[in-house]
Design a protein. Structure first.
Length: 604
């Protein structure tokens, strides 16, 4: 029996999206080909398309029956999560050749790391890079040579951007190919301890660097449950990965077998296979709701409250934060993964992983089981885990119950009865709080505002003792159109120290914090943003602000008449729009929608 809230929200999304979804499906149906797509090309076009191929592949592409599969890769060897992709194209081509298909690298997309750019000017390009990735992938796919696509990407903006591009070419089957997390390093609790010691001046830079290097130490995704690993969770539950593919380590035989299987599987979904399943049909309203549920049940990254909106819109499906909020009331928190617990993603995998979460949610009607996936119809397939049976890839039933109840709970005894994400609203606008990481007694704060226009001014204020009091730290003009909406993780260590000193502290910002807001109650993604006239632009030092992560209040305790009389402050940010490539993004920045609309410049 499907949960009544799940059913109601899904039906509301279907009704809201009726016209846009119908128009989208008509568009991808018009792009469909009854044979291989390259058959539509003139001889000169086709000759250009296979000129660089080896003779065997060239002959196969002259044959108008064999499938040509695009490979879109986010490989670079600076970022740990994407370095494993270096040899994937060749491996995928070999796997495709083995089943009579051809693989071509259709294009590469940028992949930047918020961990590297944190607190730097480059972070202001981060969110916009998602839309650039979508457009870059579209350029590669636009040659109309292809009958399906394999997408290689993992981290924060890369996966959502790739999904948006895949849905733009929604008439093509698509399989997403992860590369897995790094092995566990320094425990997250120890890393946080050293960071706070450094913020207090009790540890030097060398000690901090050693702690960070011991945490982020090898190839693979970072092991905390930020946006990268949340992406992987959601992609698997939405059926866009093979079952169990998300959290298998790089450079292991099982990972190699899953990569080969992904290549073979996409050929089974092409037009000529007789089992045609394009991604635009696969990703329907029920699949989107499943993705939201998996985000809430696991306490995932708040970035997905924007990315899911943009991804869904690319398929003609319209969702908003009310959908997240209503589902969150029905979906319990089943996981404790750092920053909302000490465990890392490898411990989550060992405790039962995605398969157990899917099993538990299905058992209680909190996921739609009647959906298409890249592995076949029905979400039950995703309760199975991959393994090597005498060297051959096979699937078997995953864990029936948690192997570590401190990491994955049952619905009968969840960590919280409310999902890990709360939507806040009031006269300051609408915002999101990741409540799963915030102790219940810290979720309600009413205190004077301390207002900043730059994240870089907070550490000096902290060091000068100006924040040693109960306060709501307001960091404004950090929204999409102001400066590209950077993440503000540098704020967490000093604000965490203030809480440890016994002060009641909250953060309110139109910027981002991803999945790592930690214990500080943070109302983020405030929309409308200050730069476009949001009420944050009228807040003054000393104003009382109420932040309530339980009831969902975000209220400036100033009378309506006084607020109407106040002039909104708007700084000149022109000097901050140049340098580090920021001047190249002016047109995109000015077109970004609000956070609740996906912070997107692409008009679908």
């Amino acid at each position: 029996m499907i949960n009544s809230t799940l059913s109601r929200v899904t039906q509301r999304i279907i009704e809201r999206s009726k016209d846009s979804r119908a128009a989208y499906l008509a568009r991808i149906d018009a792009a469909r080909s009854q044979t291989v797509h390259r058959a539509q090309l003139a001889c000169g076009n086709l000759a250009h398309g296979f000129a660089a191929c080896q003779p065997e592949d060239k002959n196969a592409l002259k044959n108008m029956v064999r499938s040509d599969i695009a490979i879109i890769t986010a490989y670079n060897d600076m970022l740990s999560a994407h370095q494993p992709y270096e040899d994937y194209p060749q491996k995928l081509k070999q796997a495709l050749n083995a089943v009579g298909a051809v693989g071509q690298v259709a294009g590469g997309v940028p992949a930047m790391c918020d961990g590297v750019t944190q607190g730097q000017d480059g972070m202001e390009l981060s969110l916009m890079s998602r839309d650039v990735i979508a457009m870059s992938a579209a350029v590669g796919l636009s040659h109309n040579m292809f009958d399906g696509a394999l997408f290689l990407g993992i981290c924060d903006k890369i996966v959502p951007g790739l999904v948006m591009s895949a849905l733009s070419f929604g008439h093509l089957p698509a399989v997403f190919v992860p590369a897995g997390p790094m092995s566990s390093g320094l425990p997250n609790k120890e890393k946080v301890r050293v960071r706070q010691l450094y913020a207090e001046g009790k540890a030097d830079r060398q000690a901090l660097l050693e702690a960070e290097a011991a945490s982020y130490h090898s190839i693979g995704t970072c092991t905390f449950y930020g946006t990268a690993n949340t992406n992987q969770m959601i992609m698997e539950v939405m059926g866009l990965h093979l079952p169990g593919a998300s959290f298998v380590h790089p450079d292991t035989p099982l990972r190699a077998a899953l990569t080969d299987a992904a290549a073979r599987q996409v050929t089974r979904l092409t037009e000529t296979s007789g089992n045609y399943l394009p991604i635009g049909q696969l990703m329907n309203e029920k699949v989107v709701v499943n993705g939201i549920v998996s985000l809430l049940a696991t306490g995932g990254s708040t970035n997905l409250t924007m990315h899911m909106v943009a991804m869904a819109r690319a398929a003609g499906i319209i969702i908003n934060w009310d959908d997240f909020s209503e589902l969150s009331d029905a979906v319990p928190l089943l996981c404790r993964i750092y920053p909302n617990g000490p465990a890392d993603i490898n411990q989550f995998q060992a405790a039962g992983g995605v398969q157990l979460v899917v099993r538990e949610l299905l058992k209680h009607g909190l996921l739609h089981r009647d959906v298409h996936t890249v592995a076949g119809f029905g979400l039950e397939r995703y309760t199975q885990e991959p393994w090597l049976d005498n060297g051959s890839l096979a699937w078997r039933d995953g864990a029936e119950s948690s192997l570590d109840a401190q990491v994955i709970a049952s619905i009968a005894q969840p960590f919280e009865h409310h999902g890990g994400t709360k939507v806040l609203s009031g006269n300051l606008g609408r915002a999101v709080m990741k409540t799963s990481a915030v102790p219940a007694d810290n979720q309600i704060i009413e205190a004077p505002a301390v207002v900043f226009e730059s994240q870089h001014d907070i550490v000096p204020a902290f060091e000068a003792g100006l924040l040693n009091k109960d306060c709501v730290v307001v960091v404004r003009f950090q929204g999409p159109q102001a400066n590209g909406m950077p993440e503000l993780h540098k704020l967490m260590p000093p604000l965490g120290v203030l809480m440890d000193r016994g002060f009641k502290v909250a953060l309110v910002t139109d910027g981002r914090l991803s999945g790592a807001s930690g214990k500080v109650p943070s109302a983020i993604h405030v929309t409308p943003e200050a730069y476009t006239g949001g009420m944050l632009a009228k807040v003054r030092n000393g104003d009382i602000i109420r932040v309530n992560g339980r009831s969902g209040e975000l209220e400036l305790q100033v009378g309506a008449a006084e607020l109407a009389a106040r002039e909104a402050y708007r700084p000149d940010l022109s000097a901050e729009h140049i340098g580090c490539g920021r001047e190249l993004f002016g047109a995109l920045r000015s077109q970004l929608s609000g956070a609740e609309q996906g912070a997107c410049c692409i008009k679908f």
